[in-house]
Design a binder for this molecule. Structure first.
Ligand code: EPZ
Length: 424
């Protein structure tokens, strides 16, 4: 009989965060850059990889496809993709892992065929991949979705113009992956502009691709014969992790310095923090954020970059749940990203959520309760809630949090939070 170990975070709240935190490499850049190594007929070194379970999972998948990965340190790998031996990704793993969709673009680009377990819906609601498929088909691939698998094959990939019907991070990056080794030029119009899109383009260009315009809404990819690699690339700092710590500092009435971030990527968060009465002093690669007076209400609408990111919406929700007045959050990206509000209500928050809108009547103080993380960012939000609440909060379902935040409790502990991981 197996032994079932249940892990939880136990947080004793009401400690203002103080000190410095160093931000890790971006998860959502790493999970695209790792499959992008499949396109390289050579070796490369990747630095500033976040030490998170999603990265380990991706490295395992790549190894199963014949990629040789050597860990140089906790955050650095050397990758040799010269001898890929399969275009079929481990189907059961890829089905459960959302970012596995990048394997389709990367394998299609390199091998002209790909088979991946189709990433299902998830607890953010419906997550279609029709724009990815539209892009592959426009490049000349034949795409079939059968029995939970997606198969893409192409005799030839031919560059073309593709207009995205919705601004999609994943589809923009996947089409980029499928087209770097295509013949001719591909133009992606109405492309997403997130920092990780630019990071993937920079990585591919460093390895020998010819991509221009990443970070604008028109990206032009001139196909090249081969990516030769033999270069080193360092992953961009994670703007969502940085924003998470900024909002935690504010909710805890603290004063912290966030190091190794790109403050330009944080403009929408800085603006919202200042609007509600928080303070930010930004200096290029670091910033100070501090609380000096009671925070006030605000309305927030999540939007593609450079708008307010959906991946910081739950963390912002915790701050607004304790800000004076009535705040409204409109979630315009995901159907179902207010599940964390059920947990916050257990902690005394006064929130009404319906569909894509939630109304927050600010309360003075949250109080501890046992709560459960429904997804990665909901988990981060509950940690922030626990740090600012009165009493001992217990957070369950930590696997979500470990997918995307490196050493989260250690980083918070260094800032003075009373947070422990306990196994039962
Ligand atoms: C990425 O997901 C991130 N994941 C998400 O972060 C993030 O919330 C999201 O972008 C938005 O910023 C990764 O990078 C691995 P989209 P992605 O395609 O690429 C619709 C986190 O917590 N759409 O930009 O899957 C879609 O339904 C995660 O780190 C289509 O209609 O998001 C959504 O409404 C959660 N058809 C909108 O576009 C498609 O083919 C944006 O989705 C694709 C998307």
């Amino acid at each position: 009989m197996g032994v079932y170990i249940l892990e939880k975070l136990v947080i004793t709240g009401q400690t203002p965060l103080k000190g410095e935190v160093v931000i890790s490499g971006a998860k959502n850049a790493a999970v695209a850059i790792l499959p992008a190594t499949l396109l390289i007929n050579g070796t490369c070194t990747i630095e500033n990889l976040p030490n998170i379970s999603d990265v380990k999972l991706y490295c395992d998948i790549l190894s199963q496809l014949g990629v040789k990965i050597d860990w140089i340190s906790e955050h650095e790998i050397k990758v040799d993709s010269r001898n890929i031996n399969s275009h079929i990704a481990p189907l059961d793993v890829t089905r459960k892992f959302r970012a596995s969709y990048y394997l389709i673009g990367a394998l299609l680009g390199r091998c002209r065929k790909a088979q991946v377990g189709i990433p299902g819906g998830c607890n953010l609601g419906n997550r279609p991949i029709d724009q990815h498929i539209k892009g592959f088909e426009a490049l000349g691939a034949n795409v079939e979705v059968l029995q939970g698998n997606i198969t893409a094959t192409a005799k030839n990939l031919q560059g073309t113009s593709i207009y995205m019907d919705v601004v999609s991070v994943g589809a923009t990056m996947n089409i980029m992956l499928a087209s770097v080794l295509a013949e001719g030029t591909t133009i992606i119009d109405n492309a997403a502009k997130e920092p990780h899109i630019v990071d993937l383009a920079n990585f591919l260009n460093t390895m020998g691709a010819d991509i221009r315009g990443a970070g604008t809404d028109v990206i032009k990819i001139r196909g090249v014969k081969e990516l030769t690699g033999n270069a080193t690339y360092s992953i961009v700092p994670d703007q969502i992790e940085a924003g998470t710590f900024m909002l935690a500092a504010l909710a805890s009435k603290g004063d912290i310095v966030v190091k190794n971030c790109i403050t330009k990527h944080l403009e929408s968060i800085i603006a919202k923090i200042e609007e509600i009465g928080g303070n930010v002093d930004a200096n290029g690669d670091h910033l100070r954020v501090w609380y000096s007076k009671p925070l006030t209400k605000a309305n927030v609408k999540t939007l593609p970059y450079p708008g307010f990111p959906t991946d910081l919406q739950p963390q912002m929700g915790v701050v607004l749940a304790q800000a004076k007045g009535t705040s409204i959050i409109n979630e315009s990206i995901w159907e179902s990203r207010f599940q964390y509000t059920d947990e916050l209500r257990k902690m005394g928050a006064n929130i009404t959520a319906q569909g894509k809108t939630a109304i927050f009547e600010g309360v003075e103080q949250l109080s501890a309760a046992p709560v459960s993380a429904s997804d990665l960012r909901a988990g981060a939000a509950l940690i922030i809630a626990g740090i600012s609440a009165k009493g001992k909060t217990e957070i369950y379902n930590l696997n979500h949090i470990d997918r995307g935040y490196e050493n989260i409790e250690e980083k918070f502990r260094k800032l003075g939070a009373k947070i422990e991981r306990v196994s039962e």
